[in-house]
Design a binder for this molecule. Structure first.
Ligand code: ATP
Ligand code: LTN
Length: 336
């Protein structure tokens, strides 16, 4: 692995185990992780440290972290080819984060959309971690010298901030960090809630039926799609402004089937919304069926999962500590 990995460009991405993985995280991020995993040396983590910026029940966080790893594998990420690990197992992330905090401006963090959204939603717990969240994310990325960061649209601003922090640090100390690029899919970068198509489908807001999870059973998935909010028109046409619900369903159908919007419009030209919703639901059911079945098997094999995340953390720490040592030296810390 080491030898062939040396020449390859690197990818780092992660998802916080703050809820069950959704169709949004799959189409916006994980699907691309799988597609890019042959070409790049990939590091994919469960961002448990990011998850605690919002209050979590400890037992649930533990269970979801392991389940998330099982789902990564079930989605097609081969642990032999990809380094998969738990963020809190590699201490270099937190250590680099402290240093980079000192190279990130208060004003920059105040402008982050996710911080503004999350503080509005968690008004009684606007903690410092929620504010400095993007600095930890920058550390996740920069500590691996990642070239590419495959994420959904909502994370683009954080990757841009990461680039600014890296450029600032490089400007002061000379080339230290690789400047990463975000990788955002053309279709599927922002899957919307099935109930409120003006809002992003989000795993921490699963109560209103607008969210489909990777482990949902076929009946639940079909029900969610049949109840999906559309509009009073009858025509399947892509128009995010006037037809956000239908356009969202078209995006989902398009990424799964590889059909263009035009092909989808033709396919459903003389059919009603009911038929279209059923077709999208069925496509999602078939996409997720193997993921659910495979995850159930993997979750039962605790020893295997443990071997994957332990090996992953070891490989990750090897790469991450190299960067950390370089950074400590550059800022003037005395070597141990
Ligand atoms: P939370 O609700 O806890 O903030 P989330 O559902 O927004 O979580 P994240 O863990 O923030 O999910 O995101 C995981 C990855 O999936 C990120 O790369 C993010 O950009 C992407 N992603 C999440 N939701 C969507 C979505 N609805 N459409 C496209 N991509 C998404
Ligand atoms: N902030 C991301 C999750 C995340 C991440 C990362 C993504 C944490 N660290 C590093 C890419 C690279 C989110 O909220 N989805």
């Amino acid at each position: 692995m080491e030898n062939s990995a040396v020449q390859k460009k690197k990818i780092l991405s992660g998802i916080k185990p703050s809820g069950d993985l959704t169709l949004g995280s799959y189409l916006g991020a994980i699907k691309n992780w799988v597609e890019l995993s042959d070409e790049y040396d990939c590091f994919y983590m469960m961002a448990d440290m990011h998850a605690i910026t919002v209050r979590q029940t400890p037992a649930d966080l533990r269970r979801r972290t392991l389940s998330q790893l099982a789902q990564y594998i079930a989605c097609g990420l081969d642990p032999k080819k990809n380094t998969m690990f738990i963020q809190s197992h590699v201490s270099a992330h937190a250590e680099l984060s402290w240093v980079l905090n000192c190279y990130t401006m208060f004003g920059e963090l105040s402008r982050m959309t996710q911080f503004k959204d999350k503080s509005a939603k968690n008004a009684t717990n606007i903690n410092a971690g929620l504010f400095t969240y993007p600095v930890l994310m920058a550390s996740d990325i920069l500590v691996y010298q990642a070239d590419l960061v495959p994420v959904g649209e909502d994370q683009k601003q954080h990757v841009e901030l990461t680039r600014d922090i890296a450029n600032r640090f490089n400007g002061v100390y000379g080339d230290t960090f690789t400047i990463p690029e975000p990788f955002i899919p053309k279709t599927g970068a922002r899957i919307m809630s099935l109930q409120e198509p003006q809002n992003k489908m989000s795993k921490s807001e699963q109560d209103n039926g607008g969210c489909v999870c990777l482990l949902d059973k076929p009946e639940a998935i079909m029900k969610a799609f049949k109840r999906a909010v559309t509009d009073s028109d009858t025509c399947v046409r892509f128009d995010t402004k006037n037809k956000p619900g239908i356009s969202n369903l078209m995006q989902i159908y398009s990424v799964i089937t590889n059909k263009s919007f035009e092909q989808i419009e033709n396919e459903f030209a003389s059919r009603g919304y009911g038929d279209f919703k059923t077709a999208v639901g069925e496509a999602v059911v078939e996409l997720l069926r193997p993921v659910r079945e495979q995850t159930e098997k993997l979750i039962a094999d605790k020893a295997y999962l443990e071997s994957v995340y332990k090996e992953g953390a070891e490989r990750a720490a090897y790469v991450a500590n190299k960067t950390l040592r370089k950074v400590y030296k550059r800022v003037g810390f005395v070597a141990k």
